[in-house]
Ligand binder design. Structure first.
Ligand SMILES: Nc1ncnc2c1ncn2[C@@H]1O[C@H](COP(=O)(O)OP(=O)(O)OP(=O)(O)O)[C@@H](O)[C@H]1O
Ligand SMILES: [Mg+2]
Length: 497
């Protein structure tokens, strides 16, 4: 088999901190090769060097037998490389089709933009990916899952020799993942080679021919998929002693009988029917549903986002009115939003500033902020969630995707809410940190607080929830207690409606 791509001895440091250490990576023509590793292992950095986004310190890249060194993503693109970026590269104020054809607009004979053709082609691409929103919609109005679809369509709109997919499925549910996999298999048949990055272990073995596993900037092993099990991969990723069991364990303090959050006839913007439900003190409730079933809208409206709510919300025995985010926070409700980049973080601020933001009041002494006390809190959170950063003063956009997500969770935990709303909290989080976060959620509920969690990974809901609501097209169609959910298939079946 010939290699279409050889990367040898790749090295990269940021501000003197080594991130890639002599990394070798070989890609066979027409194969899907997965790149796996914990948060901050260096996967995205390696791919950004390949595609000219970052410059390497050292190493050699051979593409189809020719030594290359791309200085921009544009140059890499001209040479047949395309990347679906983990942090999404879309312009939120432009429409879907404008984003898809950005920098390679279709021009008609008189030199004008051929809008009709671009819209039609974009719509066709979206259709082939199994989604049906309009190509004329503004990207800013789409949820993260749909943005991911646009990002994928954008990469597919140009012919690629090598397609790099950096966590394309982080916010997708199983159905969309299967459609994407069909597309990947189709591209493979056409001879396209692909590098696939994901933290979802079952995806890796399903889609890839080979797997390279990284840990702390080095390659631990590179093997054909058929020689690996999920257990092997986790072992290589986390090293010895890593990988606690990601399974349901009985709660230390089971949910009580008294209600923490009671929702009566809640009318959420965009949903067909008013909703009523209750969450007990100490209870962890999940919402399972397909993309677009209204999961996010429910959480957002309880947090004072997305339109006025009619209906009655009672929190810890007191009727509350949540019209704005401020009201929600004051009542003791916090939301970890699905899109960390636009809703969860201030990207140009440091780890410390981001973590302290919701709790600045707590550290106010007279008119100044008690920086020392604040820093101690941030350091404790960074340690508890095992956030990989060289300093708490690092600008958050320079952290790896998964580590940014950990800060979003840390920040809202620091605000000590009574009810924590979590929207895809572990998107992009590695399997090691996932069990840590699960434990944090359990501890949080064990001390009498309540959790409402949305996740497209059903396995995750089954590990952490006491009860699961099934949501179909905006309606709660079933409620399942933990004991009733014997397998993931049962739940999968229920959400299909
Ligand atoms: N521009 C940058 N400036 C400083 N440090 C950076 C920069 N880009 C990446 N890093 C650091 O390099 C390390 C590797 O990051 P990278 O994004 O490659 O990880 P990753 O394997 O993709 O992780 P994840 O699974 O969380 O996405 C991290 O510790 C990150 O903080
Ligand atoms: Mg990454």
């Amino acid at each position: 088999m010939e290699f279409i791509l050889e990367m040898k001895g790749m090295c990269k440091s940021f501000n003197g901190v080594p991130v890639l250490n002599n990394v070798d990576f070989f890609l066979n023509k027409g194969q899907v090769h997965s790149l796996v590793g914990g948060n901050g292992a260096g996967k995205s950095t390696l791919m950004k060097i390949l595609t000219g986004v970052y410059t390497k310190d050292n190493g050699q890249i051979t593409l189809a037998g020719r030594l290359v060194n791309f200085r921009s993503y544009r140059e890499a693109g001209k040479n047949g490389l395309r990347m679906i970026f983990q942090e999404l590269s879309l312009v939120r104020t432009l429409t879907v089709y404008e984003n898809i054809f950005l920098n390679h607009e279709k021009i008609n004979r008189s030199g004008l933009l051929n809008k009709t053709k671009m819209i039609a082609k974009a719509q066709e691409l979206l259709h082939s990916l199994g989604v049906d929103f309009s190509a004329k919609a503004t990207v800013g109005s789409l949820n993260v899952g749909n943005c991911q679809m646009v990002e994928i369509a954008k990469a597919l709109s140009m012919d690629a020799k090598i397609l790099i997919l950096d966590e394309p499925t982080a916010s997708l549910s199983d159905n969309e993942v299967q459609v994407l996999f069909k597309t990947i298999r189709g591209l493979k048949e056409q001879g396209v080679s692909m590098i696939y990055i994901s933290h979802r272990m079952n995806e890796i073995l399903e889609i890839s021919d080979a797997v390279t596993i990284m840990r702390d900037g080095r390659v631990v092993t590179s093997e054909k998929s058929e020689h690996l099990t999920i257990r092997d991969i986790i072992g290589y990723m986390l090293g010895e002693g890593g990988g606690k069991n990601f399974a349901w364990v009985p709660r230390k303090n089971p949910p009580t009988d008294s209600a923490m959050l009671k929702v009566e006839n809640l009318k959420v913007k965009g949903l067909p029917e008013a909703l009523s439900f209750e969450i007990k003190k100490g209870e962890i409730v999940g919402i399972a549903g397909l993309m677009g079933s209204g999961r996010t809208e429910i959480l957002q409206s309880l947090f004072g986002l997305g339109g006025y709510i009619s209906g009655k919300v009672t929190l810890d025995g007191k009727v509350i009115s949540v019209r704005k985010v401020k009201d929600a926070i004051k009542s003791g409700i916090a939301l970890v939003p699905e899109d960390r980049r636009t809703q969860g973080l201030v990207l140009q601020h440091t780890v410390k500033q981001n973590t302290m933001l919701p709790v600045l009041n707590k550290f106010k002494s007279w008119i100044t902020i008690d920086e020392k006390q604040g820093e101690a809190m941030v350091k404790e959170k960074v340690q508890a969630l095992n956030v990989k950063t060289d300093s708490i003063h690092k600008i958050i956009s320079f952290l790896s995707g998964g580590n940014q997500q950990k800060i979003v969770i840390a920040k809202w935990l620091a605000s000590e809410p009574k009810v924590l709303l979590l929207d895809e909290p572990t998107a992009g989080i590695d399997i090691g940190a996932k069990s840590e976060i699960t434990e944090i959620i359990r501890n949080f509920a064990d001390s009498g607080n309540s959790v409402l969690i949305v996740s497209s990974e059903l396995a995750e809901l089954m590990v952490v929830c006491d009860r699961i609501f099934v949501l179909c097209k905006g309606r709660i169609t079933a409620q399942l207690n933990r004991e009733e959910i014997k397998t993931e298939e049962v739940l999968q079946h229920a959400i299909q409606g």
